[in-house]
Design a protein around this ligand. Sequence first.
Ligand code: PRP
Length: 174
Amino acid sequence: MLQQLISAEEIEARTREIAAEIRRDFGDEELVLIAVLKGSFIFVADLCRHLGGDVKVDFVQTSSYGAEKSSSGVVQIRKDLDTNIEGKNVVVVEDIIDTGLTLSHLLQVWQTRKPKAIKVATLLSKPAARTHPMNVDYIGFEIPKKFVVGYGLDHGDRYRNLPFVAELVDEASA
Ligand code: PRP
C-alpha cells in the first residue's frame, strides 16, 4: 500500500529552490551534474532544466540494494563517468541518501580526480539512517526512516514512475 509523503507540487517547488541555491553558489560557471542511476534520473532531468546556463550531465551506476529493502553494505560501480572532472564544478545528484555508504564511496573516488569543486544535491535525506556521515550541500526534504518509492525511487524496479514520493507500507504490517 502507498501512502503519499511528498506531493509532485512540493517536489517541483523545492527543485526550483535547489537550482537557485546552486546557481547562487556557482554563478554562471559551467556545471557538471553527475546523476547516480537509476534513482536520480527524474530528479536530474527536472533539476537541470531549472538550472539553465552551461550544464553537462553524466551518469554513474552503482548498486548496493539490488531488489532488497536494505543495503548489502557493498558499493559496486557498474558504470563509471564518461567525463574527465579534473578542474570542473561538479554537483553529484542523488534521489536519496540513506546510510551514506554509496555517496561516501563515490566522493572518495572522485576527490582523487581533482575537481575544482564537488557538491552534493539530494532530493531526499534520511539523517536517522546515516552510518557514513558526510556534508550534504543541497537537501530537498529530510524524511524519517521509512521505505519510500516514487519520483525515481523503486522497490524491485517498480514505482519509479510515480510523480510523488510515497511510503511503501507492507500490507501485512499495516
Ligand atoms: C539507492 C539510491 C542511492 C543509494 C542510497 O540506490 O539511489 O544511490 O541507494 O543509499 P545509501 O545512502 O544507503 O548508500 P540503489 O542501489 O537502490 O539503486 P537504484 O537507484 O538503481 O534503485
